[in-house]
Ligand binder design. Structure first.
Ligand SMILES: Cc1cc2nc3c(=O)[nH]c(=O)nc-3n(C[C@H](O)[C@H](O)[C@H](O)COP(=O)(O)O)c2cc1C
Length: 257
């Protein structure tokens, strides 16, 4: 729960051993039908990362509509937020046409958790995904070693965190807590209305029996379905009509709540 996307890194590289552990954890991610359609291309070192930066900038600038145009165009832009390790995750859509993107996302998620557990900051980087179909960039990716049949579904940067890791407001924590409170309230409100419904139905049935209304099963069911719809109506009716099997279910239900 303490993992957060990191966007400020120290220039120091972390060890190969840590890198392998992060990758290994990624490779243990589940994949549809166990096809593991992913391919990881690891870029280590500022020089090669700067070369990828240049290609991304050129390809992005050529596109009339690119959601990251302004961001990528800024002078300080680095695909890795200047982190020393960058991993490009692509998926073979021939091997897994429908699920390759999800499999790759799970792999990335596993790597983020592993990195965090090992004291390494990480962040998903999306700017390469929109360049898959750009011929110049495609050629460059193939030259790097990314299989031509693959599509890039996500990238990630990794490095030692510089400064506080909560670089963006921790909104998720708030959302999460808020959600739990709302859920508690909803459950309480539901239980309360179920109890009221139950008591009302009981009173109605007692009243009907006292005034001697001749009730067939069908009549009672219809009556209560109109007056007080709810799960307990049928249970109570059955109770009064002494249908043992359904009575049992009623008590089972009660003990479950
Ligand atoms: C599919 C996806 C794409 C993302 N793309 C980027 C990105 O391009 N740049 C970036 O800084 N963060 C990116 N993020 C990270 C999210 O902004 C971040 O996970 C979110 O704001 C929640 O913050 P947290 O990871 O600190 O909990 C991406 C995350 C996902 C899942």
């Amino acid at each position: 729960m303490t993992r957060r996307s990191v966007r400020k890194y120290k220039p120091e590289q972390f060890s190969d051993e840590i890198l392998h552990q992060i990758i290994e954890t990624g490779l243990y991610a589940p994949s549809a039908m166990g096809r593991q359609p992913w391919h990881l291309f690891v870029v280590r070192g500022q020089q090669i990362i700067a070369a990828v930066d240049r290609e991304v900038k050129t390809a992005t600038a050529r596109m009339p509509e690119n959601p990251y145009k302004k961001f990528v165009g800024s002078a300080s832009y680095s695909i890795s937020y200047h982190a020393p390790t960058f991993i490009i995750v692509s998926g073979n859509t021939t091997l897994s046409p429908r699920n390759a993107p999800f499999d790759c996302a799970l792999l990335l998620g596993n790597m983020f958790l592993a990195a965090h557990a090992l004291g390494i900051g990480a962040c998903w980087i999306n700017q390469l995904n929109v360049l898959n179909d750009k011929p110049g960039f495609r050629t460059y990716m193939t030259q790097l070693g990314i299989p031509p049949v693959n599509r890039i579904f996500g990238c990630a940067c990794f490095g030692y965190t510089d400064g506080p890791s909560l670089s963006w407001p921790n909104t998720r924590k708030h959302r999460h807590h808020h959600g739990v409170k709302q859920n508690d309230m909803t459950i309480k409100t539901q239980r309360k209305s179920e109890c009221i419904s139950f008591l009302c139905t009981c009173s109605c049935v007692v009243f009907l029996s006292l005034i001697g209304v001749p009730c067939s099963d069908a009549f009672v069911r219809r009556f209560f379905a109109k007056v007080m719809p709810g799960t307990y109506c049928c249970h109570v009716i059955c109770l009064f009509k002494c249908q043992p099997a359904i009575c049992d279910r009623f008590f089972d239900d009660l003990s479950l709540r």
